[in-house]
Design a protein. Sequence first.
Length: 150
Amino acid sequence: MSSSPKPDSVTLARRRTLVILGLLLLLQAIGLFGLGSSYLFGFALSASLTPDSLILNLPRTLFSGAFTLLALLALLTTISVLRFRRLAWTSAMAVQGLCLLVALTLYLRERPAFIYFIMLHSLFMVYILNLSDVQAAFRPKTPILDPRDR
């Protein structure tokens, strides 16, 4: 005899998964903001912030801006995931793709040691986002009718 789970327990498990996903996105946003700040302030402490020094260290300035922008996007995505918005899954996947793109660019330029952690975290997030419970939580609640059924 197989008993199917109650709908309340299924939705509770999905909500728990989405809360964990939101917390991981928040952790990622905090880490990305810290990286952006450390790139900018590490550069600011080593040299004075003049337009000439910003142009000379343009890659560090761009990576600082990219990490800060990714942190803001991850924070907005965290809010939309925790509020169960429909486009949250798509924006979370976009954040992970952009994060992997920035990490790959940084890997090809400088090969810092922390880049492996960023890549590993993004790959783990993509895995979590592709779990069936997470995807089912963002599907429309009403069934989409096929036009051939009319």
